[in-house]
Design a protein around this ligand. Structure first.
Ligand code: ATP
Length: 224
């Protein structure tokens, strides 16, 4: 589904030069639950952003379903990010002035879906993540775990094939983190590919493949 070939990411020049990724080769198949792990600064987020087409490699190629993503137009890349990928971040990134329901509706508005459809779908997704009683709450009226569940519902709005999650449990206590992980596990069982960055060793039990990075290089890939 996604193939990464000889990918390098280099930031800056001269003394400020940082090699964030060194010759990464990786294949991700449909239905996998991939965890990208490693110490702080080893390049996890950089790799996730390149896989999700949020960023481009300095050298090397990323293929999605056999298609070289560097040959896609900016519009095609945007469509990939909106319709193929769903993104979840450590900081939730909800819009503060919108309710939970409106936050989930937002990506569908960009897609010009009609209002009744959007509302019905957003309610269904919030119910799926166990928030049917919180749909009219604003982010500040929700706990961190609840906000992250809203963010997951939002990521699902356009029926993505792949969820890209960067430390989705990083700001949560272990109980809320487990609720979030179980939602990701259920989505994976429904066929959605999950690609997640974490440094929490205990979460590896959810993964079908663990990609271990160190200093920008893959040091080990464990398949389970
Ligand atoms: N925009 C940027 N400009 C310059 N250097 C960057 C930039 N983004 C990341 N880096 C550097 O690239 C390296 C990899 O960063 P990255 O954020 O991918 O690591 P990470 O493994 O996700 O770290 P963490 O676990 O701390 O979030 C780091 O040395 C970082 O300082």
């Amino acid at each position: 589904m996604i193939k990464v070939k000889n990918v390098w990411k280099i930031y800056g020049k001269g003394e400020a030069k940082t090699i964030a990724l060194k010759n990464i080769n990786l294949e991700i198949e449909k239905g996998e639950f991939v965890m990208i792990m490693g110490p702080s600064g080893c390049g996890k987020s950089t790799l996730l952003n390149i896989l999700g087409l949020l960023d481009v490699p300095t050298k090397g190629a990323v293929h999605y379903k056999g298609r070289k993503t560097s040959s896609m137009s900016e519009n095609e890349r945007a469509v990939f990010r909106r319709k193929i990928g769903g993104f979840v971040f450590q900081q939730f990134h909800l819009i503060k002035t919108l309710t939970a329901l409106e936050n989930v509706e937002l990506p569908m508005m960009l897609d010009e879906k009609d209002k009744r459809y959007r509302r019905r779908k957003a309610k269904k997704l919030l119910k799926m993540v166990g928030l049917e009683k919180r749909i009219n709450h604003y982010p500040h009226q929700l706990s961190g775990g609840q906000q992250q569940r809203v963010a997951i519902a939002r990521a699902l709005a356009n029926d993505p094939k792949i969820i890209f999650a960067d430390e989705p449990t990083g700001n949560l206590d272990s109980k809320s983190g487990e609720v979030v992980m179980n939602i990701l596990k259920e989505l994976n069982e429904k066929g959605i590919t999950i690609i997640m960055v974490t440094h929490e060793q205990e979460l590896t039990r959810y993964a079908s493949k663990i990609v271990k990075l160190k200093d920008g290089e893959i040091v080990e890939i464990v398949e389970k």
